[in-house]
Design a protein around this ligand. Sequence first.
Ligand SMILES: C[S@@+](CC[C@H](N)C(=O)[O-])C[C@H]1O[C@@H](n2cnc3c(N)ncnc32)[C@H](O)[C@@H]1O
Length: 199
Amino acid sequence: MRNLKSQLKKLFFRKKFYLKTYKPLKKTVPEKTIQLTSAWKGLELIIEDILNQFNIDKGNCIEFGVEYGFSAVVFSNYFKKVTGVDTFIGDKHSAHKGDHYDQTKKALNEFKNIELFKSDYRDWIQKDTNQYDFAHVDIVHDYKETYECGLWAVRHSKCCIFHDTESFPEVRRAVFDIAKNTGKEVYNYPYHNGLGIIV
Ligand SMILES: C[S@@+](CC[C@H](N)C(=O)[O-])C[C@H]1O[C@@H](n2cnc3c(N)ncnc32)[C@H](O)[C@@H]1O
């Protein structure tokens, strides 16, 4: 019953918060990845395509929601510098798993262009005034947090992507609203749990 309800919500949200489908022209396997189980797997194939289609510079990238580093390593293939921000304690959707900052830092040690910061996004966005070429939002999948963090990320980057637009209707709604309220273009890649793209 609960599953049926959540499926119906997804269908309703897909219709109500319609996002134009992103169509990759070319899929590329990045040179460097790490062997981990991650709901992000599969999306690494379209990151270069997104950067090319929207003509994004490859200077700096910021990621909110690093966890064990799968997506951060994917970005490290393309950007000079990747800044990763996470509380490194998990959340109600990705599981509360205790402090794993040291574990992630050690696992990503060989990727010298990734810098990790143990911080709540709320504290981070108060103090960071930089502009980034690219941003990724993959934190707790509630509307309020995704909207707040995502709005900051969209305002501080040329292109911002959001994971879980298909698996979490509230992420899709937040992406829809951010695009509407900033007047930016928005796309959705409906595979691997969904990737919203705001440019
Ligand atoms: C789905 S995981 C990220 C997965 C990762 N992008 C990957 O490639 O596998 C979500 C992460 O967001 C972090 N997170 C949740 N709420 C946060 C917040 N308020 N500020 C910073 N990080 C947060 C969690 O600690 C968790 O590691």
